[in-house]
Design a protein around this ligand. Structure first.
Ligand code: SER
Length: 233
C-alpha cells in the first residue's frame, strides 16, 4: 500500500467505526469548551465535559482526527519529529472499554492494518508515582506481552514520559502507554482516570476514560520510510 495522509486517516476512522465508534468532527484551533488552554493542543479539549462524566450524544465510543497546535515542545520543533501544528487521530472510550480493549485495538491497527512488524515496536508503560498513590502500570505491560510483545521491548518510565495532562493546570489526566517505532513516539493510549484539582491533588474521576493520540505526520513518516516528518508527502 502506498500510504498517504488521506489513506491513513480513512483507514483509522474506518477501523474504529467497525469497532462501533462514532466519528466526531475536527474543531476550531481556538478551544471553545476548555478555558484552561489558549489553543486546541489535543483531541481531548472538545471532549472535556464528557471525560468528566457528562453523557455524549453520540455515545461512549468516539473517533476523530483533530488538528492541533502545541507550543510546549517549541525547543524541539524543527528536529525530525516535532511540529507546532499537526494532526492527531484518536479513539475514545468515555467510561466504556478500558486498558485491554484499548491496547488490543492499537496493536491490531498497527500490525494488521498498517502492517508494522510487532518486533519493530517499542512500548513504554508508567512506572508509578508512589507519592501520589498511583501504582505502576503492570496491567498494560501484561496485555502487550499477551499480544506477543517481548518483555525486552517494554520499558517502564516515570511521570515526565508516561503521564498525560492535564493540558492546563487542572482537569482530566492519567498514565499512558506509548508506542514507538525507531525512537519516534507514534501513538499513545492515555488512561484518564484522574482529575487534577487546584491544590494539585489527583482525584479518581467518576468514570475511567481512554484517550488515544496517533500522530499523523509521525506515522506517515514510518509508513513512507522517511527520516523526518517534514519529508512526508
Ligand atoms: N492522547 C492525547 C495526546 O497525546 C492526549 O489527549 O496528546
Amino acid at each position: 500500500m502506498n500510504w498517504t495522509r488521506e489513506k491513513l486517516i480513512e483507514a483509522y476512522i474506518d477501523f474504529f467505526k467497525k469497532k462501533r465508534h462514532k466519528e466526531i468532527p475536527n474543531v476550531s484551533l481556538i478551544p471553545r469548551e476548555d478555558p484552561t488552554v489558549l489553543f486546541t493542543t489535543a483531541g481531548m479539549h472538545p471532549l472535556i465535559l464528557f471525560l468528566l462524566g457528562q453523557k455524549h450524544p453520540l455515545g461512549k465510543r468516539l473517533v476523530n482526527n483533530q488538528k492541533c497546535i502545541r507550543t510546549t515542545d517549541i525547543e524541539e520543533v524543527g528536529d525530525e519529529n516535532h511540529l507546532t501544528f499537526f494532526e492527531m487521530l484518536g479513539n475514545w472510550s468515555l467510561g466504556d472499554y478500558w486498558k485491554k480493549e484499548a491496547i488490543e485495538f492499537s496493536f491490531e491497527f498497527l500490525t494488521k492494518i498498517l502492517k508494522i512488524p510487532k518486533q519493530k515496536l517499542t512500548i513504554t508503560c508508567f512506572k508509578g508515582d508512589f507519592k501520589n498513590h498511583i501504582p505502576k502500570d503492570t496491567e498494560s505491560a501484561k496485555i502487550w506481552q499477551k499480544l506477543g510483545i517481548k518483555k525486552s521491548q517494554i520499558r517502564f518510565l516515570g511521570k515526565e514520559e508516561n503521564w498525560w495532562g492535564p493540558a492546563g493546570k487542572t482537569g482530566p489526566c492519567g498514565p499512558d502507554t506509548e508506542m514507538f517505532f525507531q525512537g519516534s513516539e507514534i501513538w499513545n493510549d492515555v488512561f484518564m482516570q484522574y482529575n487534577k484539582d487546584k491544590q494539585g491533588r489527583y482525584k479518581e474521576l467518576s468514570q475511567k476514560n481512554v484517550d488515544t493520540g496517533m500522530g499523523v505526520e509521525r506515522t506517515l513518516a514510518v509508513l513512507q520510510g522517511k527520516k523526518s516528518v517534514y519529508e512526508t508527502l
